[in-house]
Design a protein around this ligand. Structure first.
Ligand code: NIG
Ligand code: FE
Length: 463
């Protein structure tokens, strides 16, 4: 068997391409093809091969948009597996037995995951993580017994955040949000939806959305942005709510569309906030700009929010504490993802959305963080998983579907993320050595993630 040494200098002398010596079997066409495929004309980016994986979780041969009902209890996995990442994509996966000696190909960085689980990074389909300051003072009011609506009526709550964000510079908002993104990536989040909604004036809503646009460019996380001008009624518009809706429809929406600042539109359709009629007007106008809805619905009452969301083919309706038979019927076969936000219900001491009833009716369920300073000051999706399991009695398998595939769908990225599927973006997590998937929601205080890989690159490693 002949051996030949090829140096990268033989192929390319351009600066920026590392002169690495590869020893290759000259008779192996397969290896040679891999070599040329990955090296010629592209900056050096090593393939990543994760081997000896105890369990590779949430695999699929082809993309299924979401998982519903009783299927949520079944999680496709393989044991003693490998996962091969090329550039920023999932290239191959299977059992260790299938690859035999093939793993010692040139240009491949090998990670040994003995005793560890590997799975897609979480998709967090609902956050408000661009904000100016915490609202810990209101938190004390809450402990003393004031409700979310009472705090809002006094000009606290969302209006308080609106006051603070007005004064904050775009640079500061960007820096703070970037730090939050880094923090959630450590806990395993690889994709996140971020809403505006603390602006409540055209200028400040645009300011927030521009910050999100910059985050999209500069963060390794996959980000979707949502325009939420109808988050609360500013004090100046109290008693003339329709005028504020006019402003959203005739001034904010066209400006947002003009600068292409949003992927989706949101309305807080609930008692004390925006009515079904308001929501109807806003979603109708947004549809003309091609913005699909993802709305806040049925958090405080049977608001009609779910039904109006379904009418406009919302990607998701979120919160859902007040979901009865009529709402479940509306959601059935609608293509709208019911999304529960356990952090907000926990923090505000509310009744929990009927997750089990929804799944028994054949609906899919997604779980997101709602990361925001007022009702859910945490973007930790592992905690969300624990809450899903402890408070909503969801099985570990159901919880994993709810934070990967189903949230990927709820933020419109299911074709590129949410599962281990060949050709999807390599947003992948390696856990620490843990007993099994049950340990993920069980050990609610621990960070079980050791390595977060986004776009095929390791972005953080936890001790
Ligand atoms: O999703 N419910 C409405 N909006 C946010 C809360 C935002 C805030 O209080 O700052 C939520 O819980
Ligand atoms: Fe929210």
């Amino acid at each position: 068997m002949s051996k030949k040494i090829i140096t990268s200098r033989d192929i390319r002398k351009t600066a920026g391409y590392k002169p690495v010596i590869y020893i290759m079997r000259a008779d192996s066409i397969k290896l040679l093809l891999l070599f040329f495929e990955t090296r010629i004309g592209k900056p050096v980016m090593k393939d990543l091969l994760i081997k000896n994986i105890k369990k590779l979780i949430q695999i699929e041969d082809e993309n299924i948009p979401f998982v519903s009902g009783s299927d949520m209890a079944h999680l496709p996995c393989i044991e003693d597996a490998y996962l091969w990442i090329k550039e920023d994509k999932i290239y191959r996966f299977g059992t260790m037995a299938e690859i035999d000696g093939e793993i010692f190909t040139p240009g491949v960085e090998v990670i040994d995951a003995t005793g560890k689980l590997v799975m897609p990074a979480w998709c967090d389909s609902h956050t408000h993580l661009v904000y100016a300051k915490s609202r810990d003072v209101e938190y004390v009011d809450k402990i003393k017994g004031l409700s979310y609506e009472e705090i809002a009526k006094r000009g606290g709550g969302i209006l308080n955040s609106a006051k603070l964000i007005k004064k904050a510079s775009e640079e500061q908002l960007f820096e703070d949000a970037m730090a939050r993104l880094e923090e959630i990536a450590k806990w395993g989040t690889g994709a996140v939806e971020i809403k505006s909604g603390y602006g409540l004036t055209t200028a400040t809503e645009l300011k927030m959305l521009r910050v999100i646009k910059r985050l999209k460019k500069e963060s390794p996380l996959t980000i979707k942005s949502t325009f939420l001008g109808a988050h609360s009624i500013p004090l100046a518009y109290r008693g003339k709510q329709k005028k504020y809706v006019d402003l959203v429809v005739t001034e904010m929406l066209p400006a947002v569309a003009e600068e292409q600042l949003a992927d989706y539109v949101d309305v807080f359709c609930d008692v004390g906030f925006f009515t079904v009629d308001d929501t109807d007007r806003i979603l109708d106008a947004a549809a003309r700009y091609g913005l699909a809805p993802k709305i806040h619905a049925n958090e405080l009452d049977y608001s009609g929010g779910i039904q109006i969301g379904v009418k406009y083919k919302a990607l998701s309706v979120d919160h859902l504490e007040f979901t009865g038979d009529a709402e479940i019927k509306a959601l059935k076969d609608s293509g709208t993802m019911p999304t529960i936000l356990p952090g907000a219900a926990f923090f505000l001491n509310m009744a929990y959305a009927p997750a089990r009833k929804m799944m028994e009716a054949g609906l899919p369920v997604a779980l997101a963080s709602d990361f925001n300073p007022g009702s859910s000051p945490s973007g930790n999706m592992q905690l969300v998983m624990a809450m899903g399991s402890i408070l909503y009695r969801m099985l570990p398998e159901e919880v994993i579907h709810a934070v990967t595939k189903n949230t990927a769908y709820a933020m419109g990225v299911d074709k590129e993320l949410g599962s281990i599927c060949i050709g999807k973006k390599a947003n992948v997590l390696i856990t620490k050595e843990i007993p099994g998937i049950e340990y993920l929601p069980y050990a609610y205080g621990e960070n079980k993630i050791e390595t977060t890989i986004l776009n095929g690159k390791i972005v953080c490693q936890n001790k």
